[in-house]
Each structure stands twice: as structure tokens, then as C-alpha cells.
Design a protein around this ligand. Structure first.
Ligand code: MN
Length: 609
């Protein structure tokens, strides 16, 4: 109740929460947990976790009552009459998953798939179900030692399979860290013990330089009248372990010394401006490591995360990672999507006018956009269980790359995604007529270059991607091998009118053999031109109008002279080479083009691209 009082002030809501507590207390009376404690402690602890996340009154009430329908005589209808439809919906959502994972008649994989699917559907419609589910699991994991070994193993494995990826994707980092460590403790106790010991021995050495930086910042910032809180943040064991595994794979010893963010420093200030001020103070004294500065305030992560990150060469030859937050940002960093209610509350209080430029408002907007995208995404997905599960794990839980649209919007895609995936993300119309993309990316020397990329180009973090579309381009079977996301593949199939879903692997094999026929010959053209804006686009437009697949297109510019090297391929085998002469002629009519040469023909296969 104390925690709740800090942010819920309406007497009606406080009364309802009190009422829910009394009801839960009576309903669970006499019941004990395996540990011997009264059962009521469990829902109360779960409610407390939600209160820390600042979830609204209905969420807290649902947490207090989340086990009553399953374990006692109370029914959903009674809950609905007493506490309203929202509470009943949340409790219903949570209860369903529990039943599913226990049903013995289900075969295992199917039950798992169904659970994940339901969780996902609930997340899109009622995110409080997920916050509650994660909190419920967290408290069960915390109290797992009272259970039988078999039960411990089963619960910990399930946590790894479902709840950890979920917490990660939703940005609930506090819950994630604890769940991961507890799963490690139960599933690999020896690993856990060794690691904990080694880390504990290393920590004091690290704290030395951290304290020095902390004290410096505290005094220099307080001189300018800025209140600052500084906390050392230790990386959690499961995450250290992942990094160690990676380092050992690359044959390095002394792994602990190489994890420079074993402990990082969190700097918490009051306003957005002060974040940048603190960063300035910091860099004035300690040299930042090149490439270590990230401004997630200007460009928040998709789940709304904001902060400034930097790594500096600290005292005693140490590299120190530092994160700078406001309190709102820290809340988001800790609870991720579960901060939604907190931010919504702020929005109601402050209103849009004053909030429009504040970082919390940007986060809130990102978050609502993301939830909307989840809803759309869910509608676009195949409904058969096996496929759904594969798609879910592929698209949602894989590592993400962030790319930009030319207007500067950030879009996240799973690693391995291509321009085709992005085009379909932007809309079916754009996807169905996607002819390629103009990409601004960093080359090996770190310079920004713009070039045309084929449909199977693998998008890189930070690429600016301008999708080129052509009205007469339409999806073909090959596209199924270029598209990486299930959502895009699904839309392509739909466009190809493939009513029955085809096994993906078979599909891409077919597509490859098809390509092997058409791809027997590719042609390289060198185009010399006076460089001008729009030259690339005009060339690409002409090539796609001629029904050629562009396999690659590079441009080099020196002193205003552009040399474009294009590799193209007829899109159908029948086309032959008859197109070549008119094409060369047409290319020369493009404004700025001086000369077009054809390089020697050579055999080319898709794999060698
Ligand atoms: Mn429970």
C-alpha cells in the first residue's frame, strides 16, 4: 500500500485496491505455499512489483487477484461485477496461459506455441497482462528453492524459453537481469558459482576508478547547481557469461579484464539539458573512446529507451562505460514497456502542449507506435501454430538492426533483413512494387557513400534506406528467397495468390533453381557521366523499365565525373540479349551521361553475389 500511495492518489482507487486485498486475503485463507508461507504473500509481492513499475489501479487489483479464479471458488463474473471489465480481462488473460502450460493432453511443442501466441495476442491488446505475467514469473523464480528439483528445472527452462526473450524485447531490464541470473542458478549451478566468485574478486579493483570519476562529476556538477545522483551498476552474471563465452571463442585469455562494462556508472540528473551538460563535463576531463558515444535521447530505441552512453579512458588505465539519464529515462531503462502507464499518467497531467518537446513524450510516442505496429504485425502473420511460432521467434526475438528512412524515421528489423522487408513494413503497396533501394551507408573506410542496392542486400545498422518503387514491378517467386521476415514473405505469397502456405525452405530452393536458369548471364555496364542529383535514380528507373534485375550498382565520383558500374541480369530467360542495343542507346539519352560501355560477359550465379 505504501508503494501505491506514492503515485495513486484517488481515494476511490485506493479503496478498490484495499477491497481487492481483503478479497484475495479471504479467498486464499488457509492456503500455504510450498515454502510454508501463507499464499497471500505471493499476490501481494507480485502487486508490489507492479507498483514499482507504476502500473495503474486496475493492474494492481488484477495482480492481487491473479490466482483467485484458478485456485479458489471465485469466478471471473464476480470479479467483473466487483472490479469492472478491465480487471476481469487481465485476470482472464493471465489464467489462460497457466491452464495451457499445464494441460497434459497437449503435445509439448503445440502447447508451447499456443502459449506464446496467446501471450503475444494479449500483449498487443492488453499490455498489463504481460507486465503481470513477467512479475508473477519473477516472484515464482525468486521462491523456487522450496520446490522439487524436477519442478525447478521445468520452471527455469520455461523461463528461458518464453519469459526471458519477452522481458528482453519489452525492455524490462531489471526483471530480465534477475530472471536470467535465477535461470542460470538453477540450470547451471556450477557455472553460476564459479562466475560469481571470480566477479566478486574483480569488483573492488574496478570500483576504484569508478569512484574517482563519480566524485569528480558530483563536485563539478554541484558547483554549477545541478543535483546529480551517481550509481555503480554491475553487469548481471548471465550477461557477463555471454560475453565471456564470446571472448573465449575468439581465443582470448584474461577475459575478466576485457569486460570493461563489468561495472558501469549511471549518472542521474533532472532535465534533458543536464544530461548533455554532464556529458560535456565528463569529456572535458576524460577522453571519450572513439565510437563509444551514443545519443539515445535524440534517437530513442524502439521501445522508448533513452539515455546518453559514452565510454571514457578513465583513471588507472581503465575504460569506463557511463550512462546518463533523467529520472524518467531511468524508469524506462528499468521497466521498458511497463512504463507505459507511468508515461500515460504524465501525459494526462501535463498535456501535449508542454510535453511535446520533452524526452518522456518522445518515448511515449515511440512506445505507442510500437504497440500499434505489434497489432498490425500480428494481423499479418500466418495463423497456423507451427509457422506462427517460427515467425514469432524470428521476427520478434532476433537481434535487431535499426535503419532510417530518408525522412529520419527509425525502423527496426530483424538482422538479415533486406530492402524488400523494409518495403513491406512500410506498406503492402510499397512492397509489391519495390524495385530496389538507394542506400546511404558507411563503407570500409568509414565514409558515407550512397549507392543502389539490390533486393537481397542485407541492411546494416544505421543505413539510410530510400525504397525505389516502380508501378510495373510485381512480386515473383524469387522474392521469397530475398525476404527475411515472415511478415514480408507472407505478403508476397498473398500477392502470388499462393493459397496454401509453402514450406519456406522448399520455396527458396525453387527460387534459387529458377534464378540459376535466368541468372546464367549477367552483364556489366560502365556508365561515364557528369555527376548530378538524381542521376542514380534515372539510371535505375531505366534499367527496371527494361525489365532487368539490378544485381549491383556502384558509383564513384571524382571531380564531378561519375563512373557508375552496374551489373544487370534479364528477368526472364526468353528475353535474350535483344534488349542490349536499345538499352545502351537509351542510357546515352539520360541527362549527363557521356559514354556507356559493356564489359566482358561472364557466368554469374546468385551465390557469388
Ligand atoms: Mn501467481
Amino acid at each position: 500500500m505504501e508503494e501505491v500511495h506514492q503515485y495513486i492518489h484517488t481515494q476511490r482507487h485506493l479503496d478498490r485496491i484495499q477491497d481487492a486485498y481483503t478479497l484475495a486475503y479471504q479467498a486464499h485463507q488457509g492456503a500455504l505455499r510450498k515454502s510454508g508461507e501463507p499464499y497471500i504473500l505471493h499476490p501481494v509481492q507480485v502487486a508490489l512489483l507492479l507498483a514499482e513499475m507504476r502500473i495503474d489501479a486496475d493492474g494492481i487489483i488484477a495482480a492481487l487477484l491473479h490466482d483467485v479464479v484458478e485456485d479458489t471458488n471465485l469466478t471471473l463474473d464476480e470479479l467483473q461485477t466487483r472490479f469492472g471489465p478491465a480487471v476481469a480481462t487481465i485476470v482472464d488473460g493471465v489464467t489462460k496461459f497457466a491452464v495451457l502450460s499445464q494441460g497434459p493432453s497437449f503435445d509439448k511443442k503445440r502447447a508451447h506455441a499456443e502459449t506464446v501466441r496467446k501471450l503475444f495476442a494479449a500483449m498487443a491488446q492488453e499490455p498489463r497482462v504481460i507486465a503481470l505475467k513477467v512479475a508473477d514469473r519473477l516472484h515464482n523464480m525468486r521462491t523456487l528453492d522450496a520446490m522439487s528439483v524436477a519442478h525447478q528445472q521445468k520452471t527455469a527452462r520455461e523461463t528461458r524459453e518464453i519469459y526471458i526473450p519477452l522481458a528482453r524485447r519489452l525492455g524490462m531490464s531489471l526483471a530480465l537481469a534477475e530472471l536470467e541470473d535465477l535461470a542460470l542458478l538453477y540450470l547451471e549451478p556450477e557455472v553460476y558459482a564459479t562466475l560469481a566468485q571470480e566477479v566478486a574478486a574483480e569488483v573492488p579493483r574496478r570500483l576504484l576508478s569508478l569512484n574517482e570519476i563519480g566524485q569528480f562529476l558530483e563536485s563539478s556538477l554541484s558547483q554549477t547547481g545541478i543535483a546529480v545522483t551517481i550509481q555503480a551498476q554491475q553487469k548481471h552474471l548471465a550477461s557477463i557469461r555471454r560475453k565471456v563465452a564470446h571472448l573465449l571463442q575468439h581465443g582470448s585469455e584474461h577475459w575478466l579484464h576485457q569486460i570493461h562494462d563489468l561495472i558501469s556508472l549511471d549518472i542521474i540528473v533532472e532535465t534533458d539539458d543536464q544530461c548533455y551538460l554532464a556529458l560535456g563535463q565528463l569529456h572535458a576531463c576524460w577522453r571519450p573512446k572513439d565510437g563509444g558515444i551514443k545519443d539515445f535521447i535524440a534517437t530513442p530505441k524502439l521501445n522508448g529507451y533513452q539515455a546518453l552512453h559514452t565510454t571514457v579512458f578513465g583513471p588507472h588505465n581503465s575504460l569506463v562505460e557511463i550512462h546518463i539519464y533523467t529520472r524518467d529515462m531511468l524508469r524506462l531503462a528499468h521497466y521498458g514497456l511497463a512504463s507505459y502507464w507511468y508515461l500515460r499518467e504524465r501525459y494526462h497531467k501535463v498535456g501535449l502542449q508542454q510535453g511535446a518537446y520533452a524526452s518522456w513524450w518522445i518515448s511515449y510516442r515511440e512506445m505507442t507506435n510500437w504497440m500499434e505496429q505489434l497489432r498490425q504485425w500480428q494481423r499479418a502473420l500466418p495463423q497456423s501454430t507451427g509457422e506462427f511460432l517460427a515467425a514469432f521467434q524470428d521476427d520478434l526475438f532476433q537481434k535487431q538492426v535499426f535503419v532510417f528512412t530518408p525522412a529520419g524515421n527509425v525502423i527496426d528489423l530483424p538482422r538479415g533483413a533486406t530492402p524488400l522487408d523494409l518495403a513491406y513494413r512500410l506498406g503492402s503497396d510499397i512492397g509489391d512494387h519495390c524495385a530496389g533501394a538507394r542506400i546511404t551507408t558507411r563503407n570500409q573506410e568509414g565514409l558515407l557513400v550512397t549507392r543502389l542496392a539490390p533486393l537481397d542486400y542485407e541492411l546494416k545498422e544505421g543505413d539510410i534506406v530510400d525504397i525505389l518503387s516502380q508501378p510495373d514491378v510485381t512480386p515473383n517467386h524469387e522474392w521469397l528467397s530475398f525476404a527475411h521476415t515472415a511478415a514480408a514473405r507472407n505478403k508476397i505469397r498473398h500477392a502470388l495468390k499462393l493459397e496454401t502456405p509453402i514450406d519456406d525452405q522448399k520455396c527458396s530452393k525453387e527460387a534459387k533453381s529458377e534464378q540459376a536458369i535466368t541468372g546464367a548471364k549477367s552483364i556489366t555496364l560502365c556508365i561515364h557521366a557528369n555527376d548530378r542529383a538524381g542521376l542514380l535514380r534515372d539510371v535505375a528507373d531505366l534499367l527496371t523499365r527494361t525489365r532487368l534485375n539490378i544485381l549491383s550498382l556502384n558509383s564513384e565520383t571524382t571531380h564531378g565525373q561519375a563512373l557508375l558500374t552496374v551489373v544487370v541480369q534479364p528477368s526472364t530467360p526468353k528475353q535474350g540479349l535483344s534488349f542490349l542495343t536499345p538499352l545502351l542507346h537509351d542510357l546515352c539519352t539520360i541527362k549527363g551521361v557521356i559514354q556507356v560501355q559493356q564489359q566482358g560477359e561472364k557466368e554469374e550465379h546468385h551465390e557469388t553475389l
